[in-house]
Design a protein around this ligand. Structure first.
Ligand code: FES
Length: 285
């Protein structure tokens, strides 16, 4: 397991990308340890004691060991991300990274379909590169969003594969509908042995169901709210079935965010199901 590093990162650039922001940070000693699926926990506010209490978690989109930079993509949704969106080059941010479990990549990966909702595509771009570098015969993408401006990573995906399906809820780009629309055909055409997905819970659940119905493993990176990112606050607990068949609350930030989608009890995410192991220990009942 990679040991995360806490550091004062320096903002290199902050640029708008469609409906999102792309934040590049210079942070020594992090990029060389990043694998696809890892995330960064970024403190909101200037470095200092109070800033350490409030963090936002973002999947790492790029990591460049040569220039000691890491890159995240975020949507401006609330006060915290609005503050991030006001950053300027040279500002400092308290960052902990790399955190979490990366997407599992077998020694000899087979073909794979990568499914991203909105900026959930961000960690899938480096994952596709890693799969191809490890010998995967091919990868395909489904990039979905509510509308054209909320798509992310389509051009980068097209640089990696000729098989990129686009879906939007409103039909403003690609095929109208959900990411699960083109998924069965892409699984069949690529003869995929794995599906990797990142996006909202409902999407991850639906992708898992499609993959499972085609006999394909689904690896999902959950986008739980993460207030600390380091296992201390329990804001990210999720019911997941272990190897012994018992469902337990686990912390998405340290036990995930990448899970076998068939192990997650999607119906009960965000609830406190009676009798779930770990709930009492975590003070959740
Ligand atoms: Fe605090 Fe996971 S985000 S325990």
């Amino acid at each position: 397991m990679t040991t995360p590093r806490q550091t004062n990162a320096v903002v290199v650039s902050l640029t708008p990308v469609g409906a999102y922001h792309r934040l590049v940070l210079r942070a020594e000693g992090i990029a060389e340890h990043v694998l696809p699926g890892h995330f960064a926990a970024v403190a909101i506010g200037r470095p200092g004691a109070s800033a350490l209490l409030l963090r936002r978690a973002f999947s790492l989109h790029r990591a460049d060991p040569v220039n000691a930079t890491i890159e995240v993509v975020f949507a401006r949704r609330g006060a915290g991300t609005a503050e991030l969106a006001r950053l300027r080059s040279g500002d400092e941010l308290d960052v902990i990274a790399p955190l979490g479990t990366p997407f599992p990549v077998p020694p000899e990966p087979g073909p794979a379909v990568l499914v991203g909702g909105g900026y959930g595509v961000a960690p899938l771009i480096p994952l596709a590169r890693r799969l191809l570098n490890a010998g995967a015969p091919q990868v395909a993408f489904v990039c979905g969003a509510s509308s054209a401006e909320r798509l992310f990573g389509v051009a980068e995906a097209r640089c990696l594969t000729g098989r990129v399906a686009i879906t939007t809820d409103d039909g403003s780009a690609g095929r109208r509908g959900l990411v699960t629309g083109p998924l069965p055909e892409l699984i069949a055409r690529t003869e995929a042995t794995a599906v990797y997905a990142c996006g909202p819970m409902g999407m991850l659940r639906a992708v898992t169901e499609v993959a499972e119905s085609h006999g394909v493993r689904a690896w999902t990176a959950v986008e739980e709210a993460m207030a600390c990112g380091v296992g201390a606050c329990m804001s990210c607990v999720l019911p997941v079935v272990g190897d012994d068949g018992v469902a337990r609350f686990v912390r998405a930030c340290v036990d995930g965010p990448c899970f076998d989608g068939t192990r997650v009890r999607w119906d009960e995410a965000g609830t406190l199901p009676a009798g779930l192991e770990g709930a009492e220990a975590m003070g959740l009942h």
